[in-house]
Design a binder for this molecule. Sequence first.
Ligand code: HEM
Length: 133
Amino acid sequence: MTSEDQPLEPTFYDAVGGEPTFRKLVDEFYAGVAEDPLLRPMYPEEDLGPAAERLRMFLVQYWGGPGTYSQLRGHPRLRMRHAPFTVGPRQRDAWLLHMRHAVDTLNLPAEQEATLWEYLERAAMFMVNTMEE
Ligand code: HEM
């Protein structure tokens, strides 16, 4: 039996548990950012909630979930959107530290965890826009 409106393979988004998984990831990450003396001052808004929502919608869309991010924000162009902020090696390392902790709280199967983590590490390297300390 075939079906044309159902993908044969679940998306990575579905495989790791869908929206609740990405919500937990981003909530854990922002709990770390909220306490980080280097990263916290970088966020323009007093309330980290809207920034958390943008990151969550982006990751959901990237991994095959609903495309709400682009409906609301347009093309991601993430490097360009980070250009106003100093993202050097220290900021990247701090970002990855909180993200590593957040990924650990998900207790994903090893293969899924590696897939997610390799992407996040690569994306964080890509976002660096200055080598100055
Ligand atoms: C490497 C260190 C990084 C730092 C220091 C950093 C910092 C920031 C800051 C300060 C903002 C603005 C907050 C806001 O949304 O109002 C932002 C936005 C955002 N960041 Fe990052 N970021 C980093 C890496 C990443 C990575 C690796 C990703 C994706 C995997 C990412 C995804 C996003 C998204 C989706 C937004 C919202 C863009 C928008 O629609 O306006 N960031 N980031």
